[in-house]
Design a protein around this ligand. Structure first.
Ligand code: SF4
Ligand code: SF4
Length: 83
C-alpha cells in the first residue's frame, strides 16, 4: 500500500481518482486505507493517486504495509470477486 505524507495540501485531486475508494480525508490531511490500496494493481499500470498529486513525493510506499506484486493482485481479486 501507499501512504500520504504531511506534504499533502488537501487539494482533493487524488480522492476521486482512486479505483478502490481507499482515499479519505483524515483529521488533518488525506489518508489511504492500507487495506483497500492495491497500489492500483488490477486497474492501472501506475498508482493513479501519485500521478495526479501536484506535490512531488507526497504519496509514497508505506513501509508498514510493504506488499509484493502477487499480494497486491490477491488483494484486488478478494476485493472484487468475493460477495
Ligand atoms: Fe488508490 Fe491506487 Fe492510490 Fe492505492 S495507489 S490509494 S489504490 S489510487
Ligand atoms: Fe494531498 Fe496529493 Fe491527494 Fe492533493 S493529490 S490531497 S496533495 S495527497
Amino acid at each position: 500500500a501507499l501512504f500520504i505524507t504531511k506534504r499533502c495540501i488537501n487539494c482533493d485531486m487524488c480522492e476521486p481518482e482512486c479505483p478502490n475508494q481507499a482515499i479519505r480525508m483524515g483529521d488533518e490531511i488525506y489518508e489511504i486505507d492500507a487495506y483497500r490500496c492495491t497500489e492500483c494493481v488490477g486497474h492501472y499500470d501506475q498508482p493513479t493517486c501519485q500521478k495526479v498529486c501536484p506535490i512531488d513525493s507526497t504519496i509514497l510506499a508505506d513501509p508498514a504495509h510493504a506488499e509484493t506484486n502477487e499480494q497486491l493482485w490477491e488483494k484486488f481479486v478478494v476485493m472484487y470477486h468475493s460477495d
